[in-house]
Design a protein around this ligand. Structure first.
Ligand SMILES: [Mg+2]
Length: 474
């Protein structure tokens, strides 16, 4: 009878508290309460063939409509509603009463009021082009500022928005973002902007709205990327593709947001008219704990290349991660270590003063790991395609490999072991190349795989050891 998101607790002898979340409206609530009533009042057949029936009275309080966020106050009010309905047992229509129902039948909740009253602020998170070493784009992020000056992030206000609110939100964010972009243009910052479109707002009327906003701006649509969440049901709908094509026809770029966060289909991705994929932060921000996930990043990068779409890597939260994804060849990067989301006024100062040195070689052990991974994948592809493209005698000499210098620079206490494993790896792959030259088919990669594995594990081990040393001294 309850949904997965609901919560039930026994509060007293015959008193229970239910926490029902994610309700979309009164009808939704009424349906759920009816179901609960139905279950409770179902007659129970006893062993002597007699049947008994119990009843219930329920007091309901709605958050965020009730003017408090204190749990005990909410409980007290639901208790008041409970006594109210108990007092009308003889003549009641439902077995529940809503606390303060008469007061908020048509009332807008606090987030809706803030949105209606122009409390929206657009904050921006810069996106770095690691190859150019400069900020090339920004993602526009919605915030609400309440009367106390507190900033509400989307996680706080989105659950309170419904229906038309989403279109209103998109409209306000996009309009503001385009205004800010032309201000930046005038100051010599020709950036592009990425705006999140809530899929709940996508309908025929949103096309008209997008066209209007564009008409009022001097910014070309090709500098605006509209991000759509990958996990949303929207993309399952038949009409989705048509709508996306219409948006594309207006000249906007389209990005699929948070790729990898839901059980979504890569197959579906190939049918969508997208220009960009944004890799979910979840993969990237945990790279320091799971360096192996860089293999996944490498694969996604190949996929993006193959599809000829841009890849933006989100969740670049530490210097080590920035190092690793940069040396692995990821170009467009976004995350805390580059910049946190900030108000427009701060963005201008940030653009003026930020410097991002160009990186050719890794500066951390995580970067060393990433370099090795990318280099091996590329080398393997090359010699499978054409073993003659590399000279195996040169390949056998690990000291001419750029990684040799990196190991001596970064290897710390394990430099000898890493150096040894690096040489073993080069020997194995040179042998492999020679074997492929002799007989292009039927080659056995297991010796190379073993050498790769041992080398990789030693880098990770050194990385973890160095990290724990640093943590102990700090
Ligand atoms: Mg986004």
């Amino acid at each position: 009878m309850l949904r997965k998101s609901d919560f039930i607790a026994r509060y007293g002898g015959d008193e229970f508290v239910l926490l029902l979340e994610d309700l979309t409206g009164h009808a939704d609530l009424a349906q759920l309460l009816k179901k609960i009533e139905g279950t409770i009042t179902t007659p129970i057949l006893l062993s002597n063939d007699e049947s008994v029936q119990v009843g219930a009275s329920m007091g309901v309080v709605l958050y965020p409509f009730a003017d408090t966020d204190q749990a005990d106050q909410l409980l007290r009010w639901s208790d008041q509603a409970l006594y109210e309905i108990k007092a009308h047992k003889a003549d009641r229509e439902n077995c529940w009463a809503l606390f303060g129902e008469e007061n908020f039948a048509d009332q807008r909740n606090p987030a809706q009021v803030l949105l209606d009253n122009g409390a929206l602020e657009v904050w921006y998170q810069p996106i770095l082009d690691s190859r150019k070493g400069k900020i090339v784009g920004i993602e526009a992020l919605a915030r609400l500022r309440d009367e106390n000056g507190t900033i509400w992030p989307p996680a706080r206000f989105l659950p309170q928005l419904h229906g038309e609110d989403f279109s209103d939100l998109n409209k306000q964010v996009l309009t503001q973002a385009l205004k800010d972009l032309s201000i930046l243009d005038a100051q010599g910052w020709p950036l592009w902007v990425s705006v999140n479109l809530d899929p709940r707002s996508l309908s025929g009327s949103c096309i008209t709205c997008l066209r209007e906003i564009l008409g009022e701006s001097t910014v070309d649509a090709s500098r605006v990327t509209l991000e759509i969440l990958e996990g949303e049901d929207f993309l399952e709908r038949q009409t989705a593709l048509e709508l996306l094509l219409e948006i594309k026809a207006l000249g906007f770029r389209l990005a699929l947001d948070d790729v990898g966060s839901a059980y979504s289909s890569l197959l579906r991705m190939k049918d969508l008219p997208i220009d960009e994929i944004k890799l979910d932060q979840g993969f990237v921000r945990t790279l320091e704990l799971r360096p192996q996930d860089l293999h996944f990043l490498n694969a996604i990068q190949d996929l993006a290349n193959g599809m000829q779409v841009d890849l933006v890597v989100e969740g670049v939260e530490t210097e080590d991660i920035l190092d690793a994804v940069t040396v692995m060849g990821s170009t467009l990067l976004q995350g805390y270590t580059i910049a946190k989301p900030m108000p427009f006024a701060e963005l201008k100062a940030f653009l003026k003063h930020s410097v991002f040195p160009h990186r050719h070689r890794p500066i951390s052990l995580l970067g060393l790991y990433a370099t090795r991974l990318a280099q091996h994948e590329a080398l393997k592809k090359t010699i499978i395609r054409s073993p003659r493209a590399v000279d195996y005698l040169t390949l056998a000499d690990a000291t001419v490999c750029p990684l040799h210098g990196d190991i001596h620079r970064l290897g710390q206490d394990n430099v000898n072991r890493l150096d040894h494993l690096h040489r073993e790896y080069h020997r194995a792959i040179a042998v492999m190349d020679a074997l492929l030259l002799a007989s292009p088919s039927g080659a056995d990669w297991s010796a190379v795989d073993q050498a790769v594995e041992a080398f990789e594990q030693a880098i990770v081990k050194t990385y973890f050891e160095e990290k724990s040393k640093k943590q102990q001294t700090s």
